[in-house]
Design a protein around this ligand. Structure first.
Ligand code: 5GP
Ligand code: SF4
Ligand code: MG
Length: 465
């Protein structure tokens, strides 16, 4: 998901709509905005679909007045249930000292247990979302002010969370102690904003101040003062390495590094680790493009656009059902026949999850008369599900969970298939020594199976580490 909030500007909701539009790649299903105006109180709008289709008309935007607003774009855990509007964030709660709204990116790994406990003690849930637990925990807290209630609530929560909250007078940002999901602080005109990624600061002309640190809470007041605290026990951070590979936008900056440059470097590492003779290097657009550029630069094999992407389609992966996903590949990608015919083609993509995309693309490329097809993948084999907010299917549906690399090559019927090594990936994100096995510098659980936070709800349901 993507989250964005702003305080201290005129018509904050307009800024949030723009910010969410820049974060649309983090969630395409639905979006919502909550705002506050001293004369009009809290207002909200929550809609299915793209930000640009819902939060551009004056009809909607004039119902969202005020100098303070937060928003959310949603990407649900696919396939589980039909999306319902009451699952769309931000969530709002009214407490003794005024209301608060929250927008959450990540996944709470003990949400089932918390929900059971809260329901037993009288909470009435409005949605099926794990994030709603935070509001109920805040409501039950005995603390007086809302930031302290939020601290109380988040100390009970396990897993990954970047949260943006607002009260009538404050904008609040928090990252979980491991800092799994991103969150940055920006300065815009006389106000401040919080965003999942820096690309959303650019769109509103905001300046990056800094990242919110893992385990940090920042409270931005109406008067423009910013307070910082560390409510959680300090731990080595475990930022999601897959944000670098796929999830974030290439024009974002994470930890002072350009995401584009990291992806290009992954391609360089891939070319060093897994060279092959071929005529052209083609990305599977758009997610494979920077890595393909790096592969081409390192290998000297010309880069070419062998697959053309229909710009009017979103991210395929985010379509919940298998059938739609199957069609999705063709709706979104087409082979550039004239270029491919007779060529030995290296195809670079970011990841193989179920193998749907790679299988379809290989068929399309061979139909177009390619002489050979070599896959190079910008992440290690995805053999484990993510429980921290990136939607991967159950373990059995992950190609790499049941097959070796050679079996996957056989299954995809390609001439060769290679994944970047975990160490190669760490080098590409700037860790010259590779992965520290004693204490990995990132979360890489979907590749290594080493989960930095035990996924306790899942374990209870029978998931085996
Ligand atoms: P597959 O078709 O193998 O199931 O999925 C791989 C494709 O899904 C890749 O092209 C990748 O760009 C895309 N993708 C989109 N969202 C995600 C995600 O959340 N996780 C992973 N691993 N891949 C994703
Ligand atoms: Fe990111 Fe993978 Fe960890 Fe999930 S399991 S947080 S996708 S690195
Ligand atoms: Mg892709």
């Amino acid at each position: 998901c993507g989250i964005f909030g702003v305080i201290g500007v005129t018509d904050a909701a307009n800024f949030v709509a723009l910010g969410l539009h820049a974060l649309q790649h983090r969630g395409q299903e639905a979006g919502g905005i909550v705002c506050y105006h001293p004369d009009h109180g809290f207002n909200s709008a929550r809609r299915f679909g793209y930000v640009r289709d819902n939060f551009t008309s004056q009809d909607v935007m004039q119902t969202l007045p005020g100098p303070l607003a937060i928003g959310h774009v949603r990407y649900s855990t696919a396939g589980k249930k039909a999306a319902v509007i009451r699952d769309v964030q931000p969530f709002f709660g009214e407490f003794s000292k005024g209301g608060a709204a929250i927008a959450h990116n990540g996944n709470i790994t003990n949400a089932d247990a918390l929900r059971r406990e809260l329901i037993e003690r009288g909470s009435i849930f409005q949605s099926s979302s794990d994030s709603e637990c935070i509001i109920h925990l805040m409501a039950r807290s005995l603390q007086k002010d809302i930031p302290s209630r939020m601290e109380d609530a988040l100390r009970r929560v396990e897993g990954a969370f970047s949260v943006i909250a607002m009260t009538r007078t404050k904008l609040i940002g928090v990252r979980d102690p491991l800092g799994v999901r991103p969150l940055v602080l920006g300065k815009v005109a006389d106000g401040y904003c919080l965003s999942s990624e820096t690309c959303a600061l650019d769109i509103i002309g905001a300046e990056l101040v800094r990242e919110v640190e893992p385990g940090e809470m920042v409270v931005i007041n109406e008067d423009g003062s910013v307070e910082s605290s560390h409510p959680f026990r300090r731990q080595p951070s475990k930022f999601c390495i897959f944000e670098h590979v796929y999830f974030s936008r290439p024009d974002s900056i994470i930890g002072g590094r350009s995401v584009y440059e990291t992806r290009r470097q992954i391609g360089v590492e891939l070319a060093k680790e897994s060279p092959v003779e071929a005529d052209i290097v083609c990305p599977v657009p758009d997610s494979g493009t920077p890595a393909a550029i790096g592969y081409s630069q390192e290998s000297g094999i010309p880069y070419a656009m062998g697959i053309i992407r229909n710009q009017y389609m979103g991210r395929t992966f985010i379509e919940p059902t298998e059938q739609i996903r199957n069609m999705g590949v063709r709706l979104k990608l087409n082979v550039n026949r004239a270029l491919i015919k007779g060529k030995r083609v290296i195809l670079v993509d970011d990841s193989v999850v179920r193998g749907t995309t790679s299988r379809k693309i290989k068929e399309m490329i061979l139909d177009a008369g390619a002489a050979e097809v070599h896959f190079r993948i910008a992440s290690p084999p995805t053999a484990w599900p993510c429980f921290y907010g990136v939607d991967t299917p159950e373990r059995e549906k992950l190609l790499a969970a049941t097959m070796s690399e050679e079996e996957m090559r056989d299954h995809l019927k390609v001439d060769s298939l290679r994944f970047i090594s975990l160490d190669g990936l760490y080098r590409a994100v700037g860790e010259a020594e590779g992965r520290k096995t004693s204490c990995p510098q990132y979360c890489d659980a979907c590749f290594s199976g080493e989960y930095p936070v035990a996924p306790s709800d899942q374990i209870e349901k029978g998931f085996q580490l």
